[in-house]
Design a protein around this ligand. Structure first.
Ligand code: NDP
Length: 246
């Protein structure tokens, strides 16, 4: 049976990588899926096509997570398009890596805007629509707990901030039967962090399982957290990292 039949999901940054994998997986579980993108309209359309060709429902919405207005509009459009909202997946993220001598205040502000501020904005816009059983799932990073190389101070700080945001939001929304979780992947093979990229061997050296995770492995975990069987999990960061943080 499709565990998300009748549910509506919004996945930010669903045009590529982990977000695309999550969108496809949630749709396979029966959810109607809205996905946002910033710079990759063709890739977003491809994800929508993959979902609809498999019999699912999906829509792509252009919304830069750095823009409060565009994030709010993407939530509103999802509700209009599919008649509600049950699952918010805050996935869009990234940021320039630089050591402190090279990092700028603009890097700091931009990375926090996309990785943290956009999550606050999306949750605030989505929250009035969420019903009992609603789910808020954010894609943080194991780098929020462990940053074993130079250059990731800003990125690590944004991902650590999501742990606190998750805990507090879980307290705010728990009385309404809505759960809030933060998923912390380790190295996952995407264009952001390719398994054959220049830092990949170093990353594998930090892991108990010396290999990159796949988008599908993360999407499967998110599907579980989005579904009815995860109903007692909230206010916590959950690692899916091949033992990178061990
Ligand atoms: P990718 O770079 O492969 O994909 C990023 C996705 O986010 C794209 O769909 C992109 O859309 C979208 N995106 C980026 N910036 C914005 C923005 N400002 N507004 C809207 N959408 C945006 O990254 P991953 O899939 O690897 O990463 C996804 C999440 O997982 C991020 O939060 C990342 O920090 C986290 N993560 C990744 C790990 C990894 O090893 N890959 C490990 C741990 C965490 P578009 O191209 O349209 O702009």
């Amino acid at each position: 049976a499709q565990q998300l039949a009748g549910r509506v999901a919004l996945v930010t940054g669903g045009s590529r990588g982990i977000g695309a994998g999550v969108a496809i997986r949630l749709a396979r579980e029966g959810a109607a899926v809205a996905l946002t993108y910033a710079n990759s309209p063709d890739r977003a359309a491809e994800v929508v096509r993959t979902i609809t060709e498999a019999g699912g429902r999906a829509v792509a919405i252009k919304a830069d997570s750095a823009s409060e207005a565009e994030v709010i509009a993407s939530v509103a459009q999802t509700v209009t398009e599919f008649g509600g909202l049950d699952i918010l997946v805050n996935n869009a993220g990234g940021g320039r890596w630089a050591t402190i001598d090279q990092a700028s205040l603009a890097d700091f502000d931009q990375t926090f805007a996309v990785n943290v501020r956009a999550v606050f904005v999306a949750v605030k816009a989505a929250e009035p629509h969420l019903r009992e059983g609603g789910r808020i799932i954010t894609i943080g990073s194991i780098n929020g707990d462990r940053i074993p190389v130079p250059g990731g101070a800003i990125y690590a700080a944004t991902k650590a901030a999501l742990d606190g945001l998750t805990k507090g939001l879980a307290r705010d929304l728990g009385p309404r039967g809505i759960t809030v979780t933060n998923v912390q992947p380790g190295p996952v093979d995407t264009e952001l962090n390719p398994a054959d990229g220049p830092i990949a061997d170093t990353m594998r050296g930090f892991m108990a399982l010396p290999r990159y995770g796949s988008v599908e492995e993360v999407a499967s975990f998110v599907a579980y957290l989005a579904g009815p069987e995860s109903s007692f999990i909230t206010g916590t960061s959950l690692d899916i990292d091949g033992g990178y943080g061990a």
